[in-house]
Ligand binder design. Structure first.
Ligand code: SIN
Ligand code: FE2
Length: 218
């Protein structure tokens, strides 16, 4: 009875292992992509994309916004999650249900059940923008995974190990791809190479958007 392979096995069949506890779900968000991009524009109408400054005084090349209970903020004083947009002093826009739903489903397809994201960071990359290798470690809840959704122009995603100097492997992320990491790889260094000069997608032109869903509060 159990010998017959399930030809209609759902999403897990589509996932590619990246590392321990880390998966690439190619095209997982493709069906929803147009709606996700609309939802991003709605968030950005309330909480505009901005280039934040790191504590070291470096202006980040990726423009950012956030939605959900908490948003990720960096300034001269440090990195943190806060419940208000410092630009407007208003609460961050609600996380659109379509975004939340996709994140929960991607987590589930990666064997992370009951994911309840309370923050979604939205990155917008223009030509040349990048994200250096870093760990997502400002969250209190390290049991929950990170769910990362790519929309628009393709980019090279780098996924390393627990030490900054661990060799990072490169993965091309395209429109609709989702990466999920957690468990043993929850704190692995990762980033993206500069968005290429010719990188584009009909839905976004030369831009790439990335959504990262996190559970911050334990
Ligand atoms: C991030 O780690 O915050 C962004 C990664 C990405 O843009 O794919
Ligand atoms: Fe990150």
């Amino acid at each position: 009875m159990n010998q017959t392979p399930d030809l209609f096995a759902p999403t897990p069949a589509l996932r590619e292992p990246i590392d321990d506890g880390a998966w690439l779900l190619r095209g997982f968000a493709l069906d929803q992509a147009d709606h996700l991009l609309e939802a991003i524009q709605q968030v950005a109408a309330q909480a505009a994309f901005r280039h934040q400054v790191t504590p070291g005084g470096h202006t980040m090349s990726a423009a950012m916004s956030s939605c959900g209970l908490l948003g990720w903020v960096t300034d001269r004083y440090g990195y943190r999650y806060g419940s208000r947009d410092p630009l407007t002093d208003q609460p961050w826009p609600e996380m659109p249900p379509i975004l939340r739903q996709l994140a929960v489903e991607a987590a589930e397809a990666s064997d992370y059940a009951h994911f309840e994201p309370d923050a979604c960071l939205i990155n917008r990359y223009e030509t040349g923008a990048k994200m250096g290798l870093h760990q997502d470690k400002d969250e209190e809840d390290m049991d929950a995974p990170i769910v990362s959704v790519s929309l628009g122009a393709p980019i090279r995603f780098l996924f390393g190990g627990l030490a900054r100097t661990d060799k990072a492997e490169g993965w091309k992320l395209e429109h609709g791809d989702v990466v999920v990491w957690g468990g043993p790889s929850r704190l692995f260094f990762h980033g993206v190479a500069p968005l290429g000069k010719r990188a584009e997608h009909p839905a976004t032109g030369a831009m790439r958007y990335n959504l990262t869903f996190r559970k911050v509060r334990a």
